[in-house]
Ligand binder design. Structure first.
Ligand SMILES: Cc1cc2nc3c(=O)[nH]c(=O)nc-3n(C[C@H](O)[C@H](O)[C@H](O)COP(=O)(O)O)c2cc1C
Length: 192
């Protein structure tokens, strides 16, 4: 199973790289597979540590895809990496194995520490829709406009029916990004 999380890693200048990523659990290990090129990949290779942040705030996912990286951070407990201050929980990782690949290397990571900060409060369809739209935005340069349009129309139903304030805000950032990209996918009224 792949879970969508926010990975934080340490840049060479000491700042924190924040990136949405899919991770797989393999027994007690996490498998991270960043596509080349990626700062997260460079950071994992150099620093050998990262934090997997479990958050249901879809603004962080949509924000990272639309140039909003200013999320509150704090020190992790056991690894020299910052983590999201607000999350449901986090796992602190140490790289144990690296499998190189020209396109998508894999890091097998052990959990050296984990914490729970808040309870899981249930699935929300708008959150899932925002995640799917964020994936579309990450592939704008690869996908035909008709496909983006069709998928957004479908996803918008869940947002309109079930979103809260954070989901609506995240959705608006993604729609604006699609319009900015020049796709005809978003009706003018929906992008405002
Ligand atoms: C929900 C979601 C899941 C993603 N999963 C991955 C992933 O597994 N691997 C990857 O390389 N990029 C993934 N991306 C795209 C990265 O977040 C994005 O390319 C990011 O800029 C990574 O580059 P960086 O390490 O230089 O920040 C995902 C994006 C979203 C919205």
């Amino acid at each position: 199973m792949i879970r969508e999380i926010i990975i934080t890693s340490r840049n060479p200048d000491g700042t924190t790289q924040i990136a949405p990523m899919g991770v797989r659990q393999d027994g007690a290990h996490y498998v991270l597979a960043p596509f080349r090129p990626s700062r997260t990949l460079d950071n994992l290779t150099r620093e050998r540590h990262a934090v997997v942040n479990f958050t249901d705030d879809v603004c962080v996912f949509a924000g990272c895809l639309t140039g909003r990286y200013d999320w509150p951070l704090c020190a992790a407990t056991r690894v020299p990496v910052q983590r999201l201050q607000e999350s449901l929980g986090h796992a602190e990782l140490e790289v144990k194995e690296f499998e190189d690949d020209v396109q998508r290397p894999r890091f097998l990571c052990a959990v050296v520490h984990q914490e729970t900060h808040a309870p899981f409060t249930g699935f929300n369809r708008a959150q899932a829709a925002v995640l799917e739209a964020a994936i579309l935005v990450s592939r704008l340069h690869m996908l035909p406009a008709e496909k983006i349009q069709g998928e957004l129309e479908y996803l918008r139903v869940a947002v309109e029916k079930t979103a809260g304030e954070r989901e609506r805000l995240a959705w608006s950032w993604l729609e604006a990004r699609i319009v900015e990209f020049g796709s005809t996918a978003v009706p003018r009224s929906a992008a405002s």
